[in-house]
Design a protein around this ligand. Structure first.
Ligand code: F0G
Length: 449
């Protein structure tokens, strides 16, 4: 029997409004006040395990598609639709790597630094966690077409999932603002790609209007069901730490969906008594797209029990518009200046006693090369985590003996151009350029170090 919509509902995040809606409704904003929506669970109707380690029983039934999924094996924690609607393509087979070599470089004790490789997902980024959930909802409500604005990874992931469950899909990208690995995926998976002469923020604005006008299902992180899937990244980190929580989670900040989802995951786990403490959260912006850092650190904007000072955000955006500002960073995935999940992220920062910082492109590129050399590689945006961690260690915010998990959001091969240029052009401390050799064996041998 389907238990669709029985154990969950949608609710406006603004405590003043707090309007509630059925999960069967397709919404990406509160129809009453325009704020973001949350998925709220009626926990008394859900058989939640008594402890996190109870989820380990699913490892022995990995031939079941839902138990195999790194999202749905935690399904009691995102119980908004019946099993018959759950979509999976095998997402979430990701690893948490203990990396003592990198830890040593950052003056962190052995056994304390962990890298969560979300690039190992089917489409090569963390987005697949969210798409498994969003497309389950899309299937549940009978949607026929999907759309998103994207800096690349959302589009690749959406196209892969849309294809797998028979929905049409349209991708909006800023012309010239997307890494080729990602663009190639969206095209290859059959997405209709519309390149707009603008940046991500322009695409985000347009896609919302298009979806409203044409009744298309929006899968950007405005969609509250998508963020439910992204909570699973935190469940897997806890799982791989032997069901312990780390001291710190570090994540790059773009549209701020991940950070919002992580805060919600920890709030719920604590409320359910499945964890005894909430880790601290560090969100790292690129300096060329530093809205969160500017608002949180300079303007002191806070969640403030849901009474976020709207005028501070409006003034900041008005200034961006007046200056005709468009964000720029080599980490194109997080080249975003009007993050749609800003308020949810402020809430997560409060819950997790979080910090925010911004790092330069040069710092991102050096950190990326270190992750490549000592780890398994990642795309530029993901390396903002290690670049940020260097600052947090230097400033004494993170101690040498604290357990830190960095979320490496995208695969190394998403953006090979950035990698090749860094090494070839000897741009940084860790550049490893190729050596030119004549077509002659003796000369080649002389060059071997
Ligand atoms: N890292 C990668 C690799 C990303 O692709 C993104 C976002 C982020 C970090 C930022 O995550 O939005 O949750 O703060 N990419 C989106 C896209 C915007 O369209 O692919 P966030």
């Amino acid at each position: 029997m389907s238990k669709d919509t029985d154990s969950a509902f949608q609710k406006c995040i603004d405590p003043q409004c707090a309007a509630e809606f059925d999960c069967a409704e397709i919404l990406f904003k509160c129809p009453k006040c325009g704020e973001l929506l949350d998925i709220i669970y009626r926990w008394d109707k859900i058989e939640v395990p008594a402890k996190m380690s109870d989820f380990a029983k699913r490892w022995s039934s990995r031939d079941d598609r839902l138990d195999f999924s790194g999202v749905w094996r935690f399904r009691e924690l995102l119980d908004f639709c019946g099993d018959e609607h759950k979509v999976t393509i095998g997402e979430g087979q990701t690893i948490l790597q203990q990396n003592d070599d990198l830890a040593k470089q950052l003056d962190i004790d052995p056994g304390r630094l962990f890298l969560q490789y979300e690039g190992f997902n089917p489409s090569g980024s963390f987005k697949d966690n969210g798409m498994a959930a969003a497309f389950s909802h899309a299937v549940m409500v009978g949607a026929k077409a999907s759309a998103c604005a994207s800096t690349g990874n959302t589009s690749a992931s959406m196209a892969m999932y849309a294809h797998s469950c028979g929905l049409k899909c349209t991708v909006f990208i800023g012309s010239g603002r997307i890494a080729f690995g990602k663009l190639s995926q969206a095209m290859d998976y059959g997405g209709h790609t519309i390149q707009i002469l603008g940046d991500f923020d322009d695409c985000m604005r347009h896609v919302q209007d298009v979806c409203t006008k044409l009744g298309i299902y929006l899968v950007n992180s405005l969609n509250p069901f998508r963020l439910e899937g992204q909570k699973a990244i935190m469940y897997r980190i806890i799982e791989q730490l032997g069901w312990q929580v780390p001291d710190w989670i570090i994540v790059p900040g773009g549209n701020l969906g991940n950070s919002s989802a992580f805060g919600k995951a920890f709030t719920e786990l604590k409320q359910l008594g499945l964890i005894d403490r909430i880790p601290r959260l560090a969100i790292v912006n690129a300096a060329g797209a530093s809205t969160l850092s500017d608002l949180f650190n300079d303007k002191k904007l806070r969640w403030n029990n849901g009474k976020v000072e709207r005028s501070v955000i409006d003034d900041y955006y008005a200034d961006l518009t007046a200056r005709n500002f468009s964000p720029h960073t080599c980490a194109s995935a997080i080249e975003i200046s009007r993050p749609v999940n800003l308020k949810k992220c402020l809430r997560a920062l409060e819950v997790c006693n979080g910090v925010v910082l911004a790092v330069t492109d040069a710092e991102i590129l050096d950190a990326k090369a270190q992750i490549g050399k000592y780890g398994l590689g990642c795309e530029p945006a993901s390396a903002a985590t290690i670049a940020g961690l260097k600052h947090l260690r230097a400033d004494g915010v993170i101690g040498q003996d604290e357990v830190v998990a960095c979320v490496l959001t995208g695969h190394e091969l998403k953006d090979p151009n950035v990698t090749v240029n860094y090494h070839k052009d000897k741009q940084g401390q860790f550049s490893n350029p190729p050596t030119e050799a004549p077509n002659d064996l003796n000369e080649i041998i002389k060059l071997i170090k």
